[in-house]
Ligand binder design. Structure first.
Ligand code: C5P
Length: 221
């Protein structure tokens, strides 16, 4: 029974990929579908939360009762996330944010240069969730995701500590039919004093289970 569990709680969620422009017609991105973040937003709203969903470019309908902010680049997602985070009780970073962007976006479509190779200089994007977790004032309860293909729990634990998160959802993306683009997923939740494995299930059911664990830890804080 999850109804009203998140009454009067403000939740901000990032979802989907970011898109980093190379020139007016090209970009660097990834295969994130946004499904997990959208499922979290839908379930959080169904549990009574006031939900803001900051979404990269995805092919998904806005869940009922959710306020959606559409962004394209990591920098735009960062700006929207920092503005929302300080007004939120819980922040969930589910987006697959590009770690790098092109240093200089070309003003015009780039032309092929004879037979020579092309070098693109990339610079790092800000780490959104680490910036939220580092807020000294109005810091929300901060939840991240770790999509890994090996040493899953160890890498997730490292991320929990390094980014100073309250909870991390460790996601094995090497498993076929799970994670990216799938409707099903399985995660292990890790926090400072515990862990809890959630078996393969629909992203909707998983979202409810994750939100119940978040609620429990958030209320205990
Ligand atoms: O380090 P990694 O990208 O694997 O960490 C994943 C977690 O960090 C996710 O919660 C993701 O949304 C968040 N993240 C972020 N900003 C970045 C990179 C990752 O918020 N620039």
């Amino acid at each position: 029974n999850t109804e009203r569990q998140l009454n009067n709680i403000k939740v901000t969620i990032t979802a989907g990929p970011t898109r980093e422009a190379i020139d007016p017609v090209r970009y660097i991105s990834n295969h994130s579908s946004g499904k997990m973040g959208f499922a979290l937003a839908a379930q959080a709203a169904a549990m009574g939360a006031e939900v803001t969903l900051i979404s990269g470019p995805v092919q998904l309908a806005t869940p009922a009762g959710v306020t959606r902010i559409d962004v394209t680049s990591a920098q735009q997602m960062y700006d929207a996330a920092m503005a929302q985070a300080v007004q939120s009780d819980i922040f969930i970073g589910c987006a697959a944010v590009a770690d790098y962007r092109v240093a200089q976006i070309a003003d015009e479509k780039m032309k092929k240069q004879g037979d020579s190779a092309l070098e693109l200089k990339l610079v790092q994007n800000p780490d959104i969730i680490a910036s939220v977790a580092a807020l000294s004032q109005n810091r929300p309860f901060t939840v991240g995701f770790a999509a890994e293909t090996q040493n899953i729990l160890q890498y997730a634990q490292d991320k929990l500590n390094r980014k100073k998160l309250d909870l991390i959802c460790a996601n094995d993306v090497s498993a076929q039919h799970l994670g990216f683009n799938s409707d099903d997923n399985a995660v292990t939740l890790l926090w400072q004093h515990g862990q809890h494995s959630l078996p393969v299930q629909s992203k909707t059911a998983l979202a409810s289970a994750i939100l119940l664990q978040i609620k429990q830890l958030f209320s205990a804080k």
